[in-house]
Design a protein around this ligand. Structure first.
Ligand code: FAD
Length: 475
């Protein structure tokens, strides 16, 4: 006997579980299958993001940032503490509790919404049937009017430096260290490499980051990237650009990474290595014969702008399809698909997906970089405001960085917003909303921002775009 559903979602990460919940809200009968297992062998919903990505990394970033601030900032406030110490076990316990609360929350959300959560493996068969294999190996066939693939992504491996799960690890492994490595090598200066490098650097590791590209944070506005590099170097992150890693030797003194840069072959010896060179779409044993779902040459499920695959009534969302590998992008795709299935009007505005790097200072942006706008040839103006001119930032002992707005000269439309500084990840939400509504800098200029807040930096940057900033000399 097969079970009948309106929608079966394969994967309960940040793309799959919101899709299942919204589909249930739309009065559809929904099942969501997920096979994620934690290191102790227990099943957990939430995918990479909740179990081994966004949430645990932010928990560790918070703990280590507090420690770093206690070391470097407390004295300026007049706070006197005894000798500071750091207990990695307590930090890890706290992180595990946060992860558990988050993943268990999804079980509660499924119950409340009426989603049937199934833990085990899901495999799409032809004719919109899904084979579900439970933990004990028992198989069941589900028949669905619609199937949504949300199988996510996994870390990419570097052939010359293969994972061993102990000394050479992926991002998940780097979130689980039970002691501070004395010398840590991070391969890849992308978002994940910089966040993880920061975590362990702040509590004492000597961190070398090897990045194959010559350009730092190539995807970010280069004015931001330059500012970020300056701060990271000051924090002691040894970032080596144009460094192509081509091998690893294991010796008595540790792990010697071999790399090549413009000046020739080099080595660096470390105790642990984190390979953070990117992620690839995941689809192991996901598709049976004759499903009609097409996969591209890089392993992504091919979809159109509404996340329809090449098979009728089969959809795919999140990291397993094109676009930035971000939890919030996957979430919005999942919600859109659930609404489209229910016959509602829905879309994802791919032009205004914010990006955040949770380092200190934080880095966040939305829309086009100055380099991208310049290439279009459209005349543009730029307004910037440094946080050192913000009373609130100074009061917070956080004067680093700036907010920058790029807008069109012809109609004043905001084309991109780039922030580096404290709480940039929170501040960017205003810019996202503004751009969602095609706001102009004048709209932001005329919007009252509470004083004293960091958000005034965005207000002043909007004013600066027309050389009308009040709290900083206009250039
Ligand atoms: C260290 C780190 C930090 C990150 N930080 C951030 C951040 O701060 N902000 C952000 O936006 N993004 C962040 N990301 C990226 C984010 O985690 C991903 O973009 C997001 O998890 C993708 O969601 P998803 O649902 O598409 O896939 P996943 O989260 O990968 O979930 C897919 C789920 O599907 C399950 N699955 C796969 N195949 C099957 C199958 N056949 N049957 C049953 N289940 C299956 C998997 O087990 C998994 O649970 C981070 C990633 C990492 C690694």
């Amino acid at each position: 006997m097969s079970d009948q559903y309106d929608v079966v979602v394969i994967g309960a990460g940040p793309a799959g579980y919101p899709c299942a919940i919204r589909a249930a809200q739309n009065k559809l009968k929904v099942a969501c299958i997920d096979e994620w297992k934690n290191l102790d062998g227990s099943y957990a919903y939430g995918g990479t993001c909740l179990n081994a990505g966004c949430i645990p990394s932010k928990a560790l970033l918070e703990s280590t940032e507090l420690f770093h601030r206690a070391q470097t900032e407390f004295s300026a406030h007049g706070i006197k503490v005894g000798e500071l110490g750091f207990d990695v076990a307590t930090m890890q316990k706290r992180k595990a509790q946060i992860v558990k609360a988050s993943t268990q929350g999804i079980t509660g959300l499924f119950k409340a919404a009426g989603v049937t959560g199934l833990q085990g493996h899901g495999r799409l068969l032809s004719g919109n049937r899904v084979e579900y294999t439970a933990a004990d190996g028992a198989k069941k066939e589900l028949v669905a009017k619609h199937v949504v693939i949300a199988s996510g992504s996994v870390p990419m491996e570097l052939k010359s430096v293969p994972f061993d799960g102990k000394t050479v690890v992926d991002s998940w492994g780097a979130l689980e260290f039970d002691a501070v490595p004395k010398r840590l090598g991070v391969i890849g200066a992308g978002v994940i490499g910089l966040e993880l490098g920061s975590v362990w650097r702040r509590i004492g590791a000597e961190v070398v980051v090897l990045e194959a590209l010559e350009q730092f944070l190539f995807m970010a506005d280069q004015q931001l990237a330059k500012e970020a590099l300056k701060h990271f170097k000051k924090q002691g992150l040894d970032i080596r650009l144009g460094a192509k890693v081509d091998g690893l030797d294991r010796g008595k003194d540790g792990l010697t990474l071999k790399y090549t840069d413009t000046s020739g072959s080099k080595t660096v010896t470390v105790d642990k290595v984190v390979v953070a060179i990117g992620r690839r779409p995941y689809g192991k044993d996901l598709l049976g014969d004759g499903t009609g779902v097409e996969i591209d040459e890089r392993g992504f499920v091919k979809v159109d702008h509404e996340c329809r695959t090449s098979a009728a009534q089969v959809w795919a969302v999140g990291d397993v399809v094109r676009g930035p590998m971000l939890a919030h992008k996957g979430k919005e795709e999942g919600v859109m698909v659930a609404d489209l299935i229910a016959g509602l009007v829905s879309e994802v505005n791919y032009k205004v997906i914010p990006s955040v790097i949770y380092t200190a200072p934080e880095i966040a942006w939305v829309g086009s970089t100055e380099e991208e706008v310049e290439k279009t040839g459209r005349p543009y103006k730029v307004g910037s405001f440094p946080f050192m001119a913000s009373g609130r930032a100074r009061a917070m002992e956080a004067p680093a960085g700036f907010a920058k707005i790029i807008a069109a000269v012809d109609d004043d439309e905001i084309l991109g917003v780039h922030i580096i500084g404290a709480m940039a990840g929170e501040l960017i939400a205003e810019a996202v909303l503004a751009m969602e509504y095609s706001a102009s800098t004048e709209d932001l200029q005329r919007t009252i921002h509470a004083h004293p807040t960091l958000s005034e930096a965005l207000h002043e940057a909007a004013l600066a775009a027309d050389k009308r900033a009040i709290d900083f000399p206009n250039r």
